[in-house]
Design a protein around this ligand. Structure first.
Ligand code: SER
Length: 320
């Protein structure tokens, strides 16, 4: 991994991954791309940036070639709730973008990363401690995209020898990109509202467990997997990774350690609740630990402390 093209660079993961990759590999070595350009964004200001619609395979190939990249990280995708509202758009963007990125990687002999998700599981998957290799019959468009994507990445490795790698991310929590379009986003929004209003109304019901991870752990996971010795990878694509299995009350209790008067109420959104109910309560990340040393540093309390501190700083800055 020396010169890297990243799609979806202004999105949830990209906003932070770009900065980390530029720290490690050098600002000019990381080509950030997104469908829109925001001149104010640190991603745009800190190094090379190109406008790219991932459904335009020719432009993706030309940009990767022009910059001489040896790695493609394909992040551009619609998240679960948006995909459920616009299933055809999700299919075209999520699958069309992925196959274009894989084709560019094949033709230019690039290493390749794309994230899958806990959304790749479905209601018939074992719900607790969900194994790495298990039943995957998701009932959402996002899940259908993610399983298809996992298979497509396997195929490009087996058929064409592309060095494809990937993880199944749980809900990712961060203070940088605002929440948007995900089912797990309640666990981001709750921190904003705790600071701004001391109260949050959750669209995900009480007792609904889902896996989550703090963004610094997610970024470390990406870099570790991409740097891992290929001969040790048995699974290669779509490793289960997680840091915690939590429900809304757990997050509220962790927040109350810092904001004692914080209150949590519920107004369940049936669409997002149904998506959450079809996903595992907790997944087993043993394969990732064994094959490339995955480890999460942040549990719920450590994440909450950092999240509240960083978010307070950010929100104060916006006011000031
Ligand atoms: N965070 C994602 C979502 O909720 C799951 O991969 O859509």
């Amino acid at each position: 991994m020396k010169k890297i093209l990243v799609t979806g660079a202004l999105g949830q993961i990209g906003s932070e991954l770009i900065m980390k990759l530029r720290d490690i590999y050098g600002a000019d070595q990381v080509i950030a791309t997104d469908i829109r350009k925001n001149e104010e964004d640190p991603v745009v200001q800190s190094g090379p940036f190109e406008v790219l619609d991932v459904t335009d395979g020719n432009r993706m190939f030309e940009l990767a070639k022009k910059h001489g990249v040896d790695t493609i990280m394909h992040l551009a995708a619609l998240l679960s709730a948006t995909a459920e509202a616009k299933p055809l758009l999700a299919w075209n963007l999520n699958m069309g973008g992925l196959v274009n990125a894989l084709e560019a990687a094949r033709e230019l002999n690039c290493q390749f990363f794309t994230p899958s998700s806990i959304g790749a599981f479905g209601p018939t998957t074992p719900k607790d401690n969900t194994p790495q290799d298990t039943i995957q019959r998701p009932t959402t468009m996002y899940g259908v995209n993610k399983v298809s994507g996992e298979l497509l990445c396997d195929y490009y490795h087996q058929k064409f020898g592309v060095d494809t790698r990937g993880v199944r991310f749980p809900g990712l929590i961060s203070y940088v990109a605002p929440p948007g379009g995900g089912t797990t986003d309640y666990a981001v929004d709750i921190y904003y509202k705790a600071i701004q209003h001391g109260a949050y109304t959750s669209y995900i019901g009480k007792g609904t467990y889902m896996d989550m991870m703090y963004m610094p752990d997610a970024l470390n996971a990406i870099v570790s997997l991409m740097e891992a010795d290929a001969s040790k990878l048995i699974h290669r694509n779509a490793f289960n990774v997680t840091a915690m299995s939590i429900e809304p009350e757990d997050v509220a209790a962790a927040i109350r350690k810092h904001i004692p008067e914080f209150t949590l109420s519920y107004e369940v959104d049936p669409v997002r609740q149904a998506i959450a109910d079809s996903w595992p309560n907790s997944i087993d990340a043993t394969a990732a630990m064994q094959e490339w040393g995955f480890k999460a540093e942040y549990d719920l309390d450590k994440m909450t402390e950092d999240m509240l501190a960083k978010l307070r700083g950010k929100l104060l800055q916006q006011v000031g």
